[in-house]
Design a protein around this ligand. Sequence first.
Ligand SMILES: *Cc1c(COP(=O)(O)O)cnc(C)c1O
Length: 391
Amino acid sequence: MSFQNPVFIPGPTNIPEHLRKACDMPTIDHRSPLFGKILHPARESVKKILKSNAAEIFIFPSSGTGGWETALTNTLSSGDKVLAARNGMFSHRWIDMCQRHGLDVQVVETPWGDGLPADRYEEILSADMNHEIKVVLATHNETATGVKSDIGAVRRALDAANHPAMLFVDGVSSIASMDFRFDDWGVDVAVTGSQKGFMLAAGLAIVGFSPKAMDATKTANLPRTFFDVHDMAKGYANNAYPYTPAVGLMNGLNQACIMLLDEGLENVFARHHRIAEGVRAAVKAWGLTLCAKEPEVYSDTVSAICTPKNFNATDIVTHAADKYGVAFGVGLGEVAGKVFRIGHLGSLTDVMALSGIATAEMCMVDLGLDVKLGSGVAAAQNYYRNNTTAA
Ligand SMILES: *Cc1c(COP(=O)(O)O)cnc(C)c1O
């Protein structure tokens, strides 16, 4: 078993050497100006990555799931109405969390492989004359299906219905890899984690709150302690947390943001798009299809690839790990056994992507699928040769 191969799971992603070292720190006083020199720049940089002037950034020692909980418990009260579409495992889990917190979720069942139905949102919001719906949830990138949704369209649906509900966006597998526009899209809470676009180990929940979401905290009555944003804000004012922060990871986050902003956000997004297009060229050459139904919803961070009927897609993942020491993602929930996933986000180059494509191809041939060795690799090579930028 090698630790040298890159992983192709859609998070946690590959950690650049520089960031691994940045996380490896001697102990410092976590209630001191020295910690403030890590904390404040990290929060400022995250704000830039969200493309926001307005957002207040909070970083919890948690994971993306804790970010969901931060969003809900700080802004909502028991019995509040929430509108959400279920189009994959991650939107499903956020809905489940709402229900467990005693929220009343109106669920729009949406085929797995489709994007969020902004038109259905508009109809439902327009019919909600008394403005009972307090929040609309939107999963920007459904990691289970490799589907990207149009958050701008969800904002337009809210505006067309003239509805005051807040817009909460799960950007765990999009932020820092695909374009995200907190201010332009009128996002009220954005949620992400450290282990996907930020190229770090899991351990941080990263959230942005709009002024409107901060206002909602004043009346929200759901219980919250660990994830209370006001306790956190008080800590920040003193270069500290209400408890002990994950100092090493915070230092890593600060450095990750510097790396991303140095590369340039638009270049980061273009790199993800280029790598994804190469993977999609390979899928086409294999004669396979994506779970994502239309090109408009193709994700630039993960591809869920459908395998032929009567074939268990999970076998590819097991075989890749056993024989080649390479990790791909399994299908989750409704698409378990029907798809395998190639994660292509974070610290990744064309050359690394080619190794993943080559490995997936070997596995499929080993397992008897009708795929020609070299076909996907050649398709991706052709794409990368003709669309590359200087390394
Ligand atoms: C990974 C992921 C999550 C869950 O985050 P954790 O850090 O595992 O808690 C939530 N939403 C999406 C879209 C994800 O990809």
